[in-house]
Design a protein around this ligand. Structure first.
Ligand SMILES: C[S@@+](CC[C@H](N)C(=O)[O-])C[C@H]1O[C@@H](n2cnc3c(N)ncnc32)[C@H](O)[C@@H]1O
Length: 244
């Protein structure tokens, strides 16, 4: 999809969304395996400091969402889980693209961020957005819901990455993928070195499909296929990864 076409899609979607008046749906949640069943990461975890990465204008100018939409094949009718949705940079951009037959499930662990996001979604009347409050070890998403999960500039903040990745698996539909965007910096500097990301994803049974440098920023998009529910390793057999 070209930048122009995406802009038209976004514009048309927003017009349709504004014509509707409804509130963001809050989804019933499903609990996963407990946090203490999993090893903690053997590297620093960044603090949660903001509901957004760089400014929306800066990211729009870099064409970040267009690159993700194209590389991840986001299409009308898809259900996308935005894990660590924050203030909703992707929520408001993907909602019109997946359209009335698709959904964006926006999940985060910070109640105040979710409150702000709920207001933003309600103000825009985005009827196809549902909001979920997860926990660091468990996104608490409904089963068989997602065609795609995105984790954008948040992986390094996940206090329990092995548990979260494990508990995310039942939420995927067959053929679903997960796209992770982060910078090349160390986790304590709010990035995730690609070798570390690969090691942690592989430890939970995810298979790498592609690795893409994004233009306009020091970030990458890594795309993985999740394991099946039965194909996940037993939590107590998961081996942690070193940062370097
Ligand atoms: C830097 S913000 C990025 C927000 C948004 N994805 C973006 O691209 O602007 C990181 C977000 O991840 C959330 N977060 C941190 N740990 C999380 C976890 N374990 N599960 C879900 N969200 C988490 C934070 O609360 C915060 O909203």
């Amino acid at each position: 999809m070209t930048f122009g076409a995406l802009r038209v899609t976004l514009g048309a979607g927003f017009a349709a969304a504004f014509a509707l008046s409804a509130t963001a749906q809050d989804l019933a949640t499903v609990a996963g395996a407990p946090a203490d069943a999993f090893p903690k990461p053997d590297r620093p975890v960044a603090d949660i400091v903001s509901p957004i990465w760089h400014s929306e204008n800066e990211r729009d100018a870099a064409g970040e969402p267009q690159q993700l939409v194209s590389l991840l094949g986001v299409k009308p009718g898809m259900t996308v889980g935005d894990i660590g949705a924050g203030s909703g940079y992707y929520v408001v951009r993907l909602s019109p693209i997946v359209g009335p037959n698709g959904r964006v499930i926006a999940e985060d662990v910070a109640p105040d961020y979710l409150q702000g996001l709920r207001q933003r979604v309600d103000t825009l009347g985005l009827r196809n957005v549902e909001i979920v409050r997860g926990e660091a070890h468990d996104p608490k998403l409904p089963a068989h819901a997602l065609d795609l999960a995105i984790l954008v500039h948040m992986y390094h903040e996940i206090a329990q990455p092995f548990a979260l990745l494990y508990n995310l698996v039942p939420a995927f539909n067959p053929g679903a993928r997960i796209g992770i965007v982060d910078t090349f910096a160390a986790t304590q500097s709010h990035g995730t070195p690609p070798a570390l990301l690969r090691c942690e994803l592989h430890a939970v049974g995810y298979r790498e499909l592609s690795f893409n440098r994004l233009t306009g920023s020091d970030a990458y998009l890594a795309i993985f296929a999740p394991p099946s529910v039965a194909g996940r390793p037993r939590p107590d057999t998961i081996v942690t990864c070193k940062a370097s």
